[in-house]
Design a binder for this molecule. Structure first.
Ligand code: FRU
Length: 479
């Protein structure tokens, strides 16, 4: 939603309790609240931040402007979890309350030290002429939930980058700490800067080089870069804004992509043996995915189900955005597989057979197999006229299509109302997680993923199979 800058950057302390209560009341009126995903209590949620394991629990934050469905003065909101399925908001916040982050505590990552969680993030600072000075700064979260910010800037804007320099990801590689940061050159081309922590001191960084990712970027900015290691192979997950469609076909306003490499040479700042640039997700919305190598050996990722510069139907209820399920990343045949963490099956209630027309709670999981040489479809959130979100799978051609053109609460139509993805021909399995206004479709155990919002009318909750019955199970999801 377009709101004047004066409102979006109004200091938090100037909002009265009464104004905040009005916002809360609006939010609570929404018919589209999700049950087993994370959404903001009020206002806008965007990037996941600081995803990590510390002090025996998983930690996660999200970007938030609490006063409306717009990108305003951002804070980080903290959540903890034991199982990556149930998250508890703790009330801890990384506020924009310091000279180095006064126009927003922008995105960043976390690294667990012995007794503290180090948060490495971008301070959005603007001068009287609204010129931006992006500062890479740090803070510590103690085991008793206190935030202490470093007083100094850890990395300042280098000479060869514009004001677009943000989203540090801190990671360890062969016992050395590194950070990568998204950047833009004065020629308006994107690149990633690589830094190294001197003596592994998180407050002391030296520049290594611009990261060689094996391709000349056509994009003008890279947001939220993440480097993780799966079976020793580097995987770079990032958001190349303005990417040429000649390089990669994508339909959303901004893509979220990945590349798999064979090796990382930190001394020269090169990622070697690059694989092709691929879409991370084929649905209508996914962005700012954050991933990390968890100490238990898993590589975990979570995404923002939303996109910058898009208005959503929930804007009328003073909130916007949600986070995806937590996904475990693996590599098979040079493809990045994304599968919801196993603990999610704890939410499954008893299996039911699929039926031609099923009344649902709009909060369920479908596990379906589509046999080869078939075209089958499903309509989720179907209303009395049988209209809803249509998913069509053609196992002969090898294609899955998502069509939200029948929605009566349409949005972002400028970017089309269909999405599709090429899939291998032959039998296809689908795991479809539905949560009130979110749909996450995992094809072939995570080989391809399509994530989308859909905002049904109050009574629209039938599940239809217009091309005949499909084999599979329906599970209500507990929450
Ligand atoms: C991506 C992003 C980041 C930035 C943050 C601000 O969605 O633009 O680059 O740090 O959001 O909220």
């Amino acid at each position: 939603m377009d709101l004047p800058k004066e409102i979006r950057y109004r200091p938090y302390q100037e909002w009265s309790e009464q104004e905040f209560q009005l916002i809360k009341a609006k939010v609570s009126d929404s018919p589209w609240h999700v049950h087993y995903h994370i959404e903001p209590r009020t206002g806008l949620l965007n990037d996941p931040n600081g995803f990590s394991y510390f002090n025996g629990r998983y930690h996660l934050f999200y970007q938030n402007w609490p006063y409306g469905p717009a990108h305003g003065l951002k804070q980080w909101v903290h959540l903890i979890s034991d199982d990556l399925v149930h998250f508890e908001e703790t009330g801890i916040k990384l506020l924009p309350d310091h000279a180095n982050d006064k126009e927003g505590a922008y995105s960043g990552s976390a690294y667990a030290l012995a007794n503290q969680l180090f948060l490495f993030y971008t301070g959005n600072v603007r001068d009287a002429n609204w010129l931006r000075d992006p500062r890479q700064i740090g803070a510590y979260l103690s085991t008793d939930g206190q935030i202490k910010k470093c007083s100094q800037v850890l990395i300042s804007q280098p000479k060869d980058v514009t004001e677009h320099f943000r989203d540090p990801q801190i990671f360890e590689y062969q016992d050395q700490l590194y950070a990568i940061i998204g950047a833009q050159s004065h020629k308006k081309r994107a690149f990633i800067k690589l830094y190294k922590a001197i003596n592994n001191d998180v407050e002391n960084w030296e520049f290594v080089s611009n990261l060689d990712i094996g391709r000349q970027a056509s994009e003008y900015m890279i947001e939220c870069p993440n480097l993780v290691f799966i079976d020793q192979r580097p995987v770079l997950i990032y958001c190349p804004q303005g990417l040429s469609k000649k390089e990669l076909d994508y339909a959303n306003i901004y893509p979220n992509t990945y590349q798999i490499f064979d090796a990382f040479d930190p001394a020269s700042g090169r990622l070697l043996g690059q694989g092709p640039l691929r879409n991370l997700d084929f649905g209508f919305e996914i962005y700012a995915t954050q991933a990390f190598n968890s100490p238990d050996g898993r590589v975990l990722a979570i995404s923002w189900i939303g996109l910058p510069d898009i208005d959503y139907p929930t804007d009328n209820y003073a909130y916007q955005g949600a986070l995806s399920l937590v996904k475990e990343l693996t590599i098979k045949d040079d493809i990045l597989y994304q599968r919801p963490v196993r603990a999610l099956s704890d939410l499954k209630m008893k299996p039911q057979m699929l039926e031609q027309r099923k009344d649902t709670s709009n909060c369920y999981l479908l596990e379906i197999t589509v046999p080869s040489h078939e075209q089958k479809s499903l309509v989720l959130f179907a209303d009395r006229k049988g209209q809803g979100l249509a998913i069509t799978v053609n196992t002969q051609e090898g294609k899955i299509t998502l069509d939200r053109s029948q929605s009566s609460n349409s949005f972002a139509e400028k970017f089309g109302n269909k999405r599709s993805c090429q899939i291998p021909k032959g039998d296809v399995t689908l795991n479809i997680y539905v949560d009130r206004s979110i749909v996450e479709i995992f094809v072939n155990e995570g080989q391809f993923v399509l994530t989308s919002r859909y905002f049904p009318e109050e009574e629209a909750s039938a599940l239809l199979m217009p091309d005949g019955e499909l084999e599979g199970f329906y599970y209500e999801m507990r929450y």
